[in-house]
Every structure is written in C-alpha cells, then in structure tokens.
Design a protein around this ligand. Structure first.
Ligand SMILES: [Zn+2]
Length: 272
C-alpha cells in the first residue's frame, strides 16, 4: 500500500485529515473529514455532513456543530456548494454565507474560490475527488469537486485559470492537495467514460489501465494532476493523498462501496 500523504488528526472523537504543506503555511485552516466522530446512524454512521442525504436533519446539524467545534470554525461562516458534476465556479464573498446549512443558494457550482479570510468553503464527497488549492503569495483558497465528469471537464485547471484571470495568480505560487477519494484500485469504468477522457485529454494511457471486455481502471488522481499541470502548477507542489475511500470504507463514506446509500464527507478550507 502506498504511503498516505494526508495526515490523520484526532480531536476528541473526531477524525479528519490535513495536508502538511498547507498546515505549514499558517495561512489556512483546511481538512478533509472522515465518517468517524458524529452522531448519525446506519447507513450514515457517523459524521455525515451531506445536507442532501436522507439522514435526519437534526443529526446532520449536530455533526456540523461537532466538526466546527473540532476545527474552531464558526458554523455561521460556512459556504456550502451543492455540486452537480459540472464546471461552474463561484467567487465567494461574505454575501454567500449560508443563513442555514440546509438553505444554500449556491446550486450547480463545483468550484469555490475566495480571498476573504474567515469564510469556510465546504464541498461534499463520497468517492469523488476533492481538490484543495492555495495561492500562497496572493492568499487565495479554492476547492474543486471532481468526479469523473468534473475530471473530464478539467475543473481543477479551470479553477486555477479563474484565479489567474481574477487575482493574477501565478500558478507556480499554488500548492494543491488531491484528497481521499476512490482510487485506481477500486474504480472500474466502461468505454463510455473512457471515450470522454479521450476527447478531453491528449494522452490518457498514464491514468488508465485496460482490463479487457470494455472495462478499465481509472486513476482520477493522476488525471486531475495532469489537468493541474496543464494549468501551470508545479509537479512538486501537488500532494496526492493516496487514500482510497472504498478500500478504507471503515473510515470514509464510499458511494460505490455502499451502493449509493451513504453519507458525505466535507472538504473544508478557511483563510485565517
Ligand atoms: Zn481502493
């Protein structure tokens, strides 16, 4: 098994993962949550943050309280996006703060960017790839939600491009974390998916393993890395967590591992 490059942290009973190079900057509070430490019951056990799941709202609210306490984040400063596997990106400011975690106006958005300290960006996951971006020089954070569709659309690259056009970000100043999500070990796809990667990427051999009979193993981590490199990010500035959510279903929710009936983890990022 490959070495995990995100670090596991425990605060009381809550388990979450951080990116060492992000922590070292002292600019950002960021993490990827696990399923451990919350109050939800089977099949959402335990720390379900999925506001669109059929779990009880009361439990989801309690879970947000628990993770916010653990991270010392004010729940009123959260901005959650309801992702839809597209490539729409929003520049977030104070006006986007959610009055309630279940009342998000931010629909159909898969990328969030902000330069405003004190706003906690939140995107939700069960197997899809969370991409954390920090422009260390300009002090700008971003999250991108990349399932296979978002990866085909190169959402990570598009977020960087947007940062360049709006904030004059130099991609070389950016550090990137590719978080826990379904790994190549567990992510089998068919010709339909592969043909779309063919159209979008000039080379796909480096992230696809052919199994035969029209089946392939897809490495979303490497594909996203490729799109980020295209955007001008330095290879040495990209940290891949190497953590597969399906292999580690006891720690993480996995859509594939639990046939769709499961909770959601959150990627959270807030500038100090
Ligand atoms: Zn796996």
């Amino acid at each position: 098994m490959k070495q995990w490059n995100f670090v596991m942290k425990k605060n009381r009973d809550v388990l979450y993962f951080t990116i060492p190079v992000f922590d070292e900057t002292g600019l950002v509070k960021s993490c990827f949550t696990s399923r451990i430490g919350g109050v939800s019951q089977n099949p959402y056990n335990y720390l379900n943050l999925g506001t669109n799941t059929e779990d009880s709202k009361e439990n989801i609210r309690k879970n947000y309280k628990i993770i916010c306490n653990a991270l010392e984040i004010d729940v009123n400063n959260i901005v959650i996006s309801h992702q839809v596997h597209k490539d729409n990106i929003l520049i977030v400011n104070e006006s986007h703060k959610n009055s309630d975690i279940f009342e998000s106006d931010i629909k159909e958005i898969d990328g969030l960017i902000t330069d405003k300290p004190g706003i906690a960006l939140v995107t939700l996951y069960a197997d899809c790839v969370p991409i954390f971006i920090l422009d260390k020089r300009k002090k700008i954070i971003a999250l991108a939600h990349a399932g296979w569709k978002g990866t085909v659309k190169k959402i990570g690259k598009k977020v960087i491009n947007r940062m360049v056009s709006i904030y004059k970000t130099d991609p070389k100043d950016c550090i990137v974390g590719i978080g826990p999500s379904i790994g190549e070990c567990c992510y089998e796809v068919d010709d339909f998916v592969i043909s779309q990667f063919h159209d979008s990427y000039d080379e796909i051999k480096s992230f696809i393993l052919t199994k035969g009979n029209g089946k392939y193993m897809l490495n979303l981590w490497e594909a996203n890395k490729k799109s980020l490199l295209e955007a001008g990010v330095s290879k040495s500035n990209i940290t891949i967590s190497n953590i597969c959510t399906k292999c580690n279903n006891d720690i993480f929710y996995s859509y594939r591992g639990e046939n769709g009936k499961t909770g959601r983890m959150a990627a959270i990022a807030q500038l100090y």
